[in-house]
Design a protein around this ligand. Structure first.
Ligand SMILES: C[S@@+](CC[C@H](N)C(=O)[O-])C[C@H]1O[C@@H](n2cnc3c(N)ncnc32)[C@H](O)[C@@H]1O
Length: 414
């Protein structure tokens, strides 16, 4: 394992250019957490505090700080260049509810129970184990009793194949100091592999390897340098992550991508096999990763003393807003019997058969990007009916509809 200084100098040398993270939106994460939390003392939506670990220049936080002016945001990163760039941009945007701190996580002193949300994206799988432990410790110490942490990380088995490619690239460029030359030689190797797989048109295995190579080729060079050629690169199995979190006083709650947790969509014949195997909740999640060859997760964690429900807490729906990014793509003149297919902005499609579910998604897509409060969504539909809640729960579980905690926000889209 390389010393942390070496990792730090790599990030100082080539800034990462961090991303906006819509899946880590504040009202979305707190809405998700609410779905699995039993009622109890609550956070005040007008006084929320968010901490982002390894925030780079804080792009996600800057967007969130502008959108939720009453919430307070803190970002920490050890790249001084990134933090100073973020501070300049925050000043230019007049953001007074954002603080960006240049500090190694190992030295960061977290305010005990000081945060409702703690984020860590793009870092956990790329830092040494002692920093991973520090990420868990900061989450445990920093989370308020009803707070939620969201950590993104790489997972096996999906990352196994890509790891072989990474090892090939790393061995080729290990003696090359200049970042641009490391990227150039890696690009040549990837082209070579691409040529190899392209020569086997029709071979399913070659097609899948080619797709992996293509996804690596699409990465911007600064992200490629850190994500693929970085000093640390350490995917793990979901179970390892969940057990390590548990040893650190945190319990696994759910995925930020709720739809990816459901076994139902995988195959009807999988259910009886699973019933016979009878895995517990965490083992089920691990098995899903094998069934879909998952390569990454964004997992939500809460304190181990937080009361959580394993199923969706339907009684909490009345506190939440709902939204969708899916649109009905069924042509108006489609012949009778044509199923309604809903498509998301990023090209995912889902089939909806139940009339009441179609109505709800259609109502939400008409209002989008604005959310609709539960009471309006079920208005005139006998809002107290359990059946209605179950249909909404099905849409939420499949990831077609997002639940959000209503939080005061500035006008205009995020
Ligand atoms: C790949 S970037 C992710 C940036 C952003 N969170 C995103 O997802 O777009 C990883 C960041 O982690 C920071 N980092 C790595 N180790 C760190 C440590 N020990 N303390 C503080 N920051 C660290 C790096 O400086 C870098 O900005």
């Amino acid at each position: 394992m390389q010393p942390a200084e070496s990792l730090q100098s790599r990030y100082e040398e080539t800034p990462y250019r961090d991303q906006a993270l819509p899946q880590f939106d504040l009202s979305r994460l707190l809405g998700l957490a609410r779905l699995f939390q039993t009622p109890g003392p609550e956070v005040d939506p007008s006084e929320l505090r968010v901490l982002d670990l390894c925030c780079a220049s804080g792009r996600h936080l800057r967007e969130q700080a502008a959108h939720y002016p009453q919430a307070r945001f803190t970002g920490v990163d050890f790249s001084r260049a990134e933090i100073e760039d973020g501070q300049r941009q925050a000043r230019a945007a007049g953001l007074e509810n954002l603080e960006l701190i240049a500090c190694d996580l190992l030295d960061f002193e977290v305010a005990p129970a000081g945060y409702d949300v703690v984020l860590c994206h793009g870092a956990f799988s790329w830092v040494p184990d002692e920093v991973k432990q520090r990420i868990f410790d900061v989450c445990r110490q920093g989370l308020a009793p009803r707070g939620v942490a969201a950590i993104a990380y790489l997972t096996y088995p999906g990352w196994k194949q890509r790891e072989a490619f990474r090892e090939l690239l790393a061995s080729r460029v290990s003696g090359v100091a200049e970042p641009a030359e490391r990227v150039r030689q890696s690009a040549l190797l990837l082209r070579l592999l691409h040529e190899g797989y392209s020569a086997h048109e029709g071979d399913v295995h070659a097609a899948s390897l080619k797709a992996v190579v293509e996804s690596m080729q699409k990465a911007p060079s600064n992200a490629f340098l850190h994500d693929e050629l970085g000093v640390e690169h350490d995917p793990c199995y979901f179970m390892q992550f969940a057990e390590w979190a548990a040893d650190s006083g945190l319990q696994y709650l759910a995925e930020a991508d709720l739809g990816s947790m459901a076994i139902g969509g995988l195959s009807a014949t999988a259910s009886p096999i699973l019933q016979e195997l009878a895995p517990d909740f965490l083992e089920t999640q691990q098995l899903i990763d094998f069934m879909v060859n998952r390569s990454g997760r964004s997992s939500l964690l809460v304190r181990d003393d937080a009361p959580v429900a394993r199923g969706l807490a339907l009684e909490r729906f009345c506190e939440l807003d709902f939204t969708t990014e899916f649109r009905n793509t069924r042509p108006a003149n489609a012949p009778d019997g044509t199923p309604d297919r809903f498509e998301s902005l990023d090209g995912r499609t889902m089939r909806v058969d139940e009339a009441i579910e179609k109505q709800m998604v259609t109502r939400l897509s008409q209002a989008a990007p604005d959310p609709v409060h539960y009471s309006e969504l079920v208005d005139g539909e006998d809002g107290a009916s359990e059946a209605l809640q179950r249909h909404l729960a099905a849409l939420v579980s499949r990831g077609l509809v997002d639940a959000r905690l209503p939080i005061p926000q500035s006008a205009g889209p995020l």
